[in-house]
Design a protein around this ligand. Structure first.
Ligand SMILES: [Zn+2]
Length: 298
């Protein structure tokens, strides 16, 4: 979070790269990551107007986005530090049984499909849990790592870490790869994400209605791509390539996308700061690199 604040303050103060001084390495690295994860910022008048359908963001938009993203992360930190705030963490979801398919309207009036499960942990007749058909549960697929729901009956946030992910994290942990250039060179951020329970937990916490409220909790956003046959399909913005794709085509949606937060934090704030991950791979260029953009037109 401190790196986002540093970049934001640099942009607000309209400081030129030539004057970044000792903070040059960290501002450069954060800027490159921000461009990749949350949308490329227009910093010079003669910058290319985006590539193809790329949407660029203005400095004013970037500053506002940085406040928003920090706000979400701060809300998580402050919830974690409050003894009154609780979350129930489950290690399977087999207690949810007897799904019934239903259709309803969301707040915007769009038709949505969802499933209603019985919560077999309670005999309360109101003890049902609504799950969107779009979101996947552990019982849907072993590829699912975790999911989150707000339990209306207990008024409690619940998170489920799936058995397949728990056994994976038992064998390969994040800390089994050293935070050094030699250990990380050519490693992919996606591969590290598979080891990173912390990334998944942060992703899930950004979905929390109890922390962020209905309006500011993240979603798993999608964006349209055209396949080889020319058909348009929606892709879910999970994993580095798709998170980057979302930032490229729809930066406004990137700041409400859970995995964008998880991966940005994995890159920037939590672990593996020995690399610049803006290409999703540790190329061996470390965060001491200097930015080549000589001048910004603020
Ligand atoms: Zn999610």
């Amino acid at each position: 979070m401190s790196r986002i604040l540093e970049l934001r303050k640099t942009l607000e103060a309209k400081e030129q790269p030539a004057n970044w001084g000792t903070k040059s390495a960290s501002v450069t690295a954060t800027l490159m990551s921000w461009n990749s994860f949350f949308g490329t910022i227009i910093l010079t008048e003669d910058a290319p107007a985006g590539v193809g359908d790329q949407l660029l963001i203005t400095i004013a938009e970037a500053i506002s986005d940085m406040k928003y993203v920090r706000g979400r992360l701060s809300a998580i930190v402050s919830a974690m530090n409050k003894s009154s705030w609780k979350i129930k963490v489950n290690c399977q979801d087999t207690f949810l049984t007897d799904p019934e398919e239903k259709e309803g309207k969301d707040e915007a009036g769009n038709t949505i499909k969802y499933r209603v499960f019985k919560d077999s942990r309670t005999t309360d007749s109101a003890g049902t849990v609504k799950v969107s058909t779009a979101s996947s549960m552990c019982q849907d697929s072993t590829k699912v790592s975790a999911w989150t729901f707000y339990n209306d009956v207990t008024a409690m946030q619940e998170m489920t870490l799936c058995p397949s992910a728990l056994s994976r994290w038992g064998e390969t942990t994040l800390t089994s790869t050293a935070n050094s250039q030699s250990a990380l060179k050519a490693k992919k951020l996606n591969a590290l994400k598979r080891k990173a329970g912390a990334e998944i937990i942060l992703h899930e916490l950004t979905h929390s209605k109890a922390i962020h409220g209905q309006d500011k909790k993240t979603r798993d956003e999608t964006f349209p791509v055209t396949d080889e046959d020319g058909n348009e399909k929606e892709v879910q913005a999970y994993g580095f390539d798709n998170v980057r794709g979302l930032a490229f085509f729809d930066p406004a949606a990137a700041i409400t996308n859970a995995d964008s937060y998880g991966l940005f934090a994995l890159d920037e704030a939590m672990y593996y700061d020995a690399c610049v991950w803006d290409e999703g791979v540790c190329t061996g260029v470390d965060k001491s690199g200097t930015f080549t953009g000589a001048h910004f037109d603020y």
